[in-house]
Design a protein around this ligand. Sequence first.
Ligand code: AMP
Ligand code: GLY
Length: 421
Amino acid sequence: MKVLLVGSGAREHALAWHLRRSGCVQSLYTAPGNAGTERLGTNLPIPSSDLEGLVQWAKAHRPDWVVVGPEAPLCLGLADRMTEEVGVPVLGPSKKAALLEGSKAATKELLLQEGIPTARGGFAESLPEAMRLSRKIGWPQVIKADGLAAGKGVFVVENQEQAEQVLESLLVERKLGEAGQRVVIEEFLVGEELSAFVFLYEHQMVFLGTARDYKRVGEGNRGPNTGGMGAYSPVGWATGEVIEILREKIFDPVHRALRKQGISYKGILYGGLLWNEKGPHVLEFNVRLGDPEAQVLVPLLPLSLLDLWRQAQDYELSSWSTLPSSNRVAVGVVVAARGYPEAPILGEPIEGLCPDVEVGEGKLLFLGGVRREADRGFLTCAGRVVTAVGVAQDQARARAQAYELAAQVRFPSAFFRRDIG
Ligand code: AMP
Ligand code: GLY
């Protein structure tokens, strides 16, 4: 089987490793990939946002399956073009379905309409309308740019003055461009955050697992938001009973709402949730696996995404199932380059890097912002450089293994959070 994988982070390295391990993927092409995916297949010099380039390559090389890691190409309509113009199936939803991630306002509207629990709030397009909504909600509150903003579009504000500043910068000054031409404003919720992942294929849905990620750059959740500095899976308190509530209150209703809109979703749906005394609330949806959540989720899957896909294509799955527990825990620590997320130092040589994923017993190293040059070896090329993952029977052991591995990867500006897991 020939697979085209789209993306270039440690998530995609984890997906590449996962797919190769399934035994059925003889040729793997990653666009554009990194030094990790290069070891597992062939990297293609096509950026993940170059839809035309990807479609042309697929027309010429006829892959059997396309797996999309990041959200941007999905929001631009990559899945639609691959299915319509090339006739190749895609793990990743259509452009219309990807609005679940691509438009926070559209999602807020859907959540409110369907009675799916979420923070009290709404959306607005003009400054006066937004200020009226903001005053109604109270303090603190959260203001979110509607569109994709790579983690930079969410603001927690404490009072009216701060709210006005943020709303003006988004709606009037257009600091985030089109992404900020609409805003969602909602109450600030306090509780436990939880990421939950399902695999969807038309009417079939499989619960893949839970994870907790660490979004802030600094220990103790301080500093700016990032793509994610670490994660662990599963979340211990999210037992069968909790998962049943997630199904009833969130995943079944959103799945029904998608089908009502005529959307046949084929891909992964990731709920960014917050649990408080009233149960779960949706903070956001993503239409793909998270990075670094994929790096801790994928090693624990008892069967491959390819197996799931095949079963789903044969309509062997039901409208809800869960996977048997692996009875293991994975902790992932992101080693980043100083300056991340604003301006990471790049181009540094990396020592102690093992290009194989399985570095030792229960230790997995997924490469992210790493490229390889024939004469200079491995160099950093993005803010999040590697994810060091420990897998063990218990969290303490998994955590220790992840940190042992993280400490082995050395480059001058390397840093990582010491409080993951
Ligand atoms: P989002 O991109 O919507 O998931 O927001 C990014 C992060 O902001 C979340 O992971 C939460 O930590 C935080 N956040 C978003 N919405 C809320 C909310 N209503 N109350 C509290 N924290 C929130
Ligand atoms: N780690 C958060 C995300 O991938 O969106």
